[in-house]
Every structure is written in C-alpha cells, then in structure tokens.
Design a protein around this ligand. Structure first.
Ligand code: NAD
Length: 513
C-alpha cells in the first residue's frame, strides 16, 4: 500500500485513525465501535475509524456553538479570506486528495481530481460571494422612512453527505455557509470517512494559522444515527442532506416537525432525449460518459435514453458496439474508464434490478456481468448494462445506483418524448440532443422538462459550480452551489428606519392615544 502511504504523507497525515486531540474530529476516543475501511478498488484495508456516540455529538455541537459566537462577528469579506486560503491549500494538495478520493470511493483518478477541482472552484466562488451577500432596498410609503433587507448568519449548518461525492458536495455547502457566517458540522458517509478526515486536516492548518476557533468546521464520523440526532436537533437550524430519497424523507420529516430548514439533494432518474434531428456521434459520447462514468454512481448519471424511432436502431447499434470495449479496472490506472461499484450490496442491487427488469419484459442487450479473476478479486467490478425497456416498468421508475442504461423508444413529436422524460417521480437532471430549435426550446419551456437541470446538447452529468444545483419532486427541491443558492444559509431580515420626529403608521392607520 505504498501509493496510499505516499498520498497520506503528501497530505501531512501520519495516522488516519482520527484519535488525535485537535478537538475537531470526534468519535476518535477509545471504546467506540470501530469501522474498517477497505478500498472498493482492490479490497485492501486502508484504515479503521471509530464511530462517534451521542456524547461525542453533544461535544461537537457545543464546540460549534462557541465558535459561532466568534465567527459571526468576523466581517464577511474576511471570512472569504479564510476560504481563499483553504482553496489555496486544496490546490497544493489536489493530486494527493484526488488520489485518496479515487482509492477510497472507487471513481477513476480523473474524476477524483475533478472532484477536488470542484472544491477549489467553490472556494473561489465563495470568496467573491463574501462581498455580495446583498439584499434589496425598498421605498417606504411613509415620509422620511427607509426600508431595506439584510441577510444574517443562521448558526450551525449540519451537512450530511453521500459516498459518491465524498468531498465535493460538502464543500459546496460548507464554503458558502462559512462565508455566510455559519459554522458547519459535517457528517460524511460512513462508507467514505477518510477523505473527510484528510480535508479536516487541511482546513485545521488554516484555522490554527489564523488563530480562529477550530469549531468553525467540525467533522463527526458516524452513521445514520448521528444524522438522525442532527435532524432532530433544534440547535441546528439548517440541515443539508445529500443521499437517497428514503433518507431524505426521514430527514425532511424530522427537520420539518421542528420547523427547521432542510436542503435536500436526493436521488435522480435522469434521461437524455435523442431526437431524429440530433448529432448522433455527439449524443452517443454524452450518453456513454453519463451512463458509465463513476460506474453509474452519480446522482446525475444517465439512466434512461429516450430515442426517436427513426434513429433508434442506429443509436442502439453504436452503443452495443461501444459497451463491450469499455476499459474496466483499477480506478488509479490511467487507462481505466470504469471503476468498481462501492461495495457488494451495490453489486447485488445491480443484479436484482437486471433480473427484475427482464421479468417485466425488458431485453438485456449487453453487460450485466460481475467480473472475477486477478484484477477483479473484490467482486465489485461489473460490466455496464444496456436494457431495452419501457418507461412504466417498476424497475425503470426507480433509481438503481449502478451502470444500467434503459433504452426507450418514442415516436411522433417532441411532446411524447417530454412526457416520457417527466414520467418518473425524480426530477434532477435531463438533456435533449437535437439541432432543431423547435424541439430544444419546447424541452426548455414551461411545458418541457420538469427537472432542476435541463441541458441542450450537453449530457445529464457533470454540472458546473456556477449554477444552482438540485432537483424537483422526489429529488427533494433543494438548491446548492452557485447562483443565489447562498440565501438558504442565511436568515432574512426586513428593516424599517424612521428618521423623522413623527410616527406615521403604515396603511395610513390613525391610532391616537
Ligand atoms: P444514503 O441515503 O444511503 O446515505 C447518505 C447519507 O445519509 C449518509 O451520510 C448516511 O449516513 C446518511 N443517512 C442515512 N439514513 C439517515 C437518516 N435516517 N437520518 C440522517 N442521515 C441518514 O445514500 P448513499 O448511498 O450514500 O448515496 C447515494 C444516493 O445519494 C443516491 O440516491 C444519489 O442519487 C444520491 N445523491 C444525490 C445527490 C444530489 O445532489 N441530488 C448527490 C449525490 C448523491
């Protein structure tokens, strides 16, 4: 495991077990449940982490509450300066951190590096934002009165993240929240805690150097129970949760019951529509990247391909030719395009979905095998599958977090394709490939795609941080990252100021005493 040792050395991490006494990482003390982390790439043991208890959680909340008292008083552009320094550190460690993401989660190195680049990009975005947290001013109906609105920090923002983007999604939340003056408690996926610990090390250096409390960024290593404590906790005004719809419903209910705020980023069932006016070669490239990239484990992975009957056979033929030649292997190898699934449970879900869809009448065109042999000993490598199916099949309606692409035929005009695209419970990402303005504008219109993301001649996955990211319906409705997503991390206040010696009431009400 020399490669990993090198990575950790570059990150300045001597020991991955978080049992050091920075007060930042909890769950490190003796006597806790120990979880062993193995790489899905080769099954090698990387490190063990101690899972946090409810008492640990209490300590983290207290540390965060204390830090908030200091942090909220730091002017926003100065908070931006701290985030700028974090971005700089991430640049220095990009290679090492990208490798660790890749090795712990199983995505290929290019995608691991891309994930770290997203963290750097959001830091840059947040630095600029730190001077732009502005509200409106309004004209008052009362003489010599002034009205305006301002945004104040909320307090503690709880971030629950999923395994498939072990660090990027946290950074989207954390960097925005911190320039907004909030403090963050991060509960990463219990499947990928190590990259989280590495990030915490990097941030800690910046905080210590700037003589700031370490409780501004907190990390708690735990499972659903810790996430649940956070969701029920009145001291956490906002919980941002990324993961499955099942998890999001539980978090949403718990936070809603106490009238807290939640930002939910949940599952997708994303489709690409290929019309008869599409540039097919361009479309195919987008489909393959969208469907097999990260081994089908992106929330924006392409799961359904809705193709016009006039080009259907051509598209099918091309895809069935490409799929068997996809280089599947160790994610750190330069030639690999498809890495492993995260664990054997994911492999089982993949196989079950394929069996079920065939029972429903689907036809498996290619892939669907679990690989074995020397390079695939972990049992986590599969061959990406293509299935001819119909949109209403129960299997097609749900998100299976694995590389299965459902090929669906449509006939007639674009409205039929839009109906199929919208005919699922999820509403995250969607795309159309067409050079007809009539078709693409229809897809983007108010009767077009019902997703939070709708693209033209761009696939469903691979969003830029500048746009607001999120989706509708079972995807949860939250928006994070770019545009004005920052507003959710702040509380809004309307202020009316009277600079006269009278006290006129609004709406001309007379109330003489
Ligand atoms: P998951 O739902 O199993 O777990 C996600 C996180 O939620 C983990 O940290 C887990 O510990 C926590 N959790 C689970 N149950 C909880 C509960 N009852 N209360 C509080 N926390 C709880 O998801 P996963 O397998 O890690 O990730 C895959 C899923 O995430 C897919 O559905 C994918 O589409 C989704 N995802 C969505 C987005 C998005 O932005 N929309 C991004 C990435 C992943």
């Amino acid at each position: 495991n020399k490669a990993l040792a090198d990575v950790l050395h570059q990150l300045g991490i001597k020991e991955l077990n978080p049992s050091y006494s920075t007060g930042l990482v909890w769950g490190g003390q003796e006597g806790r449940t120990v979880k062993k982390i193995r790489s899905p790439a080769d099954g090698n043991f990387i490190s063990s982490v101690n899972m946090a208890t409810a008492d640990d959680y209490e300590q983290v909340v207290k540390a965060a509450q204390e830090a908030f008292k200091v942090w909220r008083k730091v002017p926003s552009p100065k908070r931006g300066e701290i985030v700028r320094q974090i971005g700089q550190k991430l640049r220095e460690h990009k290679e090492a951190l990208g490798k660790l993401v890749s090795y712990e989660m199983g995505k290929i190195l290019q995608e691991g590096l891309g994930e770290v680049q997203e963290m750097i990009d959001i830091c840059d975005f947040a630095v600029g934002l730190s001077r732009q947290l502005h509200g409106y001013t309004m004209h008052s109906e009362r003489p010599q009165h002034r009205m305006y609105e301002q945004y104040h920090p909320l307090g503690i923002v709880g971030v629950i993240s999923a395994f498939n983007f072990p660090v990027a999604v946290w950074s989207w939340n954390a960097m925005l929240a911190t320039v907004c003056g909030d403090v963050v408690i991060w509960k990463p996926s219990e499947k990928t805690p190590l990259t989280a610990i590495a990030c915490q090390h990097i941030i800690r250096e910046v905080l210590v150097k700037n003589e700031l409390p370490e409780g501004i960024f907190n990390l708690i290593i735990g499972d659903a129970e810790i996430g649940s404590l956070m969701s029920h906790d009145n001291r956490v005004p906002l919980v941002s949760a990324t993961g499955s719809t099942t998890m999001g419903k539980k978090v949403g209910e718990a936070v809603g019951a106490r009238l807290g705020k939640s930002l939910l980023e949940l599952g997708g069932n994303n489709a690409i529509v290929i019309t008869e006016n599409a540039d097919l070669e361009m479309a195919i490239r987008a489909v393959v990247f969208g469907a097999v990239g990260t081994c089908g484990q992106r929330c924006t992975s392409t799961r359904r391909l809705i193709v016009h009957e006039n080009v259907y056979d051509k598209v099918k033929e091309r895809l069935v030719k490409i799929y068997p030649n996809l280089p599947i292997g160790h994610p750190l190898s330069n030639t690999t395009l498809v890495g492993p699934l995260i664990d054997k449970d994911a492999v089982e879900a993949f196989q079950q979905a394929l069996a079920q869809v065939q029972q429903e009448g689907g036809t498996l065109l290619t892939g669907g095998e679990v690989l074995n042999g020397d390079s695939y000993q972990t049992g986590t490598y599969v061959t990406p599958a293509i299935v001819e199916a119909e949109n209403h099949f129960a299997t097609v309606q749900k998100e299976t977090f694995a590389p299965i692409l459902y090929l669906i035929k449509y006939s007639g005009d674009i409205e039929n394709a839009i109906e199929l695209q919208n005919g699922v419970r999820q509403g995250l990402s969607s795309a159309i490939f067409s050079s007809s303005l009539l078709e693409t504008e229809a897809f983007l219109s108010h009767w077009g795609s019902d997703c939070g993301i709708a693209n033209v001649n761009v696939g469903t996955s691979g969003a830029e941080i500048g746009g607001a990211f999120g989706g509708e319906k079972d995807t949860g409705g939250g928006r994070e990252s770019g545009s004005d997503a920052w507003r959710v991390y702040m509380r809004r206040q309307t202020n009316t100021i009277n600079y006269s010696r009278e006290l006129p009431l609004a709406q001309g009400i007379k109330f003489d005493i």
